[in-house]
Design a protein around this ligand. Structure first.
Ligand SMILES: Nc1ncnc2c1ncn2[C@@H]1O[C@H](COP(=O)(O)OP(=O)(O)O)[C@@H](O)[C@H]1O
Ligand SMILES: [Mg+2]
Length: 375
């Protein structure tokens, strides 16, 4: 117990060494051939609009997670004039040099390799490099539809637990089959009941894990939010799901009972694709009653809690990707953020680098029309 506590302290201070040494881009978005050396600290990319700053963030995310957060079709990231693209990340984990290579061509072929070994399934890849991304769109986690909060949560759960990711993928496959049957009016109830059997198993696993992770996220969020607001804003997260604390057979019963009305409506009405997280500040739902500042503070809190949770659960430092968010934060929040991230690797894009004037452990690059030069 004491040892664990002691270890926890060491981990808190240092985490497990992990950082990206460089990024090599070939025909990715508006880049031809570009190598970018990174430091294990703040990597700042400065430039006007539409020069290629977000593309750098996207390239790291895409190669680490295996999918872009910006596009549905992989081929869109290939340079307009080329028929393939490649991203190579050279990184260092526990003092060992490692490499991820992602290749996409315009025939929709995607190959991911870790140290020259081809990855068969994305579930083998997610979690190899931990990522926390914070962009202007992230505000949707607080202000947007439940789907945004679910994907925020799924991203955390999947980076901590491969089995969560697999459960979610399998569930989504079943849901897709069920929805297409409902849509076509092609109803074989016995077959759907069998699908429900499988789905209730996945729901059981997913809901239990989501519950655990939301509780942990809340614990971290409360501490961060108190520090950030000098105890004036108390955050609360409430998991919303039809299946909390239910056994598998009870879950199946709910699914089975809803089938009749689903047949009429031609779509699935019950499932973890309807889950949500309620985000409250001082007991009020922040998206409805919070000021713009409170919404942004809650988001910053959630992102930092996300970072801390990934780091603790995996005993490894995540990479923080901050895309063009500095202009949206006031000077207090910027100071808080910079102080928080100074011990980790981050990639930050901005049009105005004045906030980083005295920042330590920082390298600044200029981005202009798909070319990167050191400032
Ligand atoms: N597939 C592509 N091929 C070539 N250029 C692209 C591609 N996709 C986007 N771009 C270009 O990338 C630029 C936008 O890059 P982005 O990183 O979003 O800019 P910013 O610096 O504002 O973050 C635009 O000029 C756009 O035309
Ligand atoms: Mg941008």
């Amino acid at each position: 117990m004491i040892l664990k506590k002691y270890f926890g302290i060491i981990q808190f201070k240092w985490g497990i060494k992990m950082y990206i040494k460089n990024i090599e881009l070939e025909n990715f978005r508006n880049y031809n051939k570009q190598k970018i050396d990174l430091i294990n600290g703040i990597n700042l990319f400065v430039g006007d609009n539409a020069q290629g700053k977000t593309n750098i963030i996207e390239s790291v995310y895409l190669s680490a997670i295996g999918k872009s957060y910006r596009t549905i079709k992989d081929v869109e990231v290939i340079n307009f004039e080329k028929d393939y693209c490649r991203i190579i990340l050279n990184y260092n984990k526990l003092d060992i040099n490692k490499k991820i290579e992602l290749f996409i061509n315009n025939l929709n072929k995607k190959i991911i390799k870790q140290d020259e070994v081809k990855i068969g399934k994305l579930s083998e890849h997610v979690g190899e490099i931990l990522i926390v991304i914070f962009s202007p769109d992230s505000l949707d986690i607080v202000k947007g539809s439940p789907a945004k909060r679910r994907s925020f949560l799924d991203m955390i759960c999947s980076q901590i637990s491969k089995s969560y990711y697999i459960n979610l993928q399998e569930y989504m496959k079943c849901l897709k089959i069920k929805n297409s049957l409902l849509k076509n009016g092609n109803i074989d109830k016995e077959y759907i009941f069998v699908l429900h059997e499988k789905m209730s198993e996945y729901i059981f696993n997913i809901v239990n894990y989501r519950k655990i992770i939301i509780d942990k996220l809340l614990e971290k969020s409360k501490v961060i939010q108190n520090n950030l607001t000098k105890n004036t804003e108390d955050i609360n997260l409430i998991y919303i799901s039809d299946f909390i604390n239910l056994e598998k057979n009870e879950i199946k019963k709910i699914l089975d009972n809803y089938l009749e009305i689903e047949v009429i409506r031609k779509i699935s009405l019950k499932g973890i694709q309807r889950d949500d997280i309620g985000i409250f500040v001082n007991d009020k739902e922040v998206s409805k009653y919070g000021s713009q500042g409170q919404n942004r503070t809650a988001l910053l809190t959630l992102k930092l809690a996300n970072f801390e949770l990934l780091r603790e659960e995996n005993n490894e430092n995540p990479i923080l990707l901050l895309d063009d968010i500095m202009s949206e934060l006031d000077s207090n929040r910027i100071r808080f953020l910079l102080d928080y991230i100074k011990d980790y690797q981050s990639i930050i894009t901005t049009t105005d680098a004045s906030f980083a004037k005295n920042a330590e452990n920082t390298i600044i690059y200029k981005v202009k029309n798909g070319e990167i030069t050191q400032f």
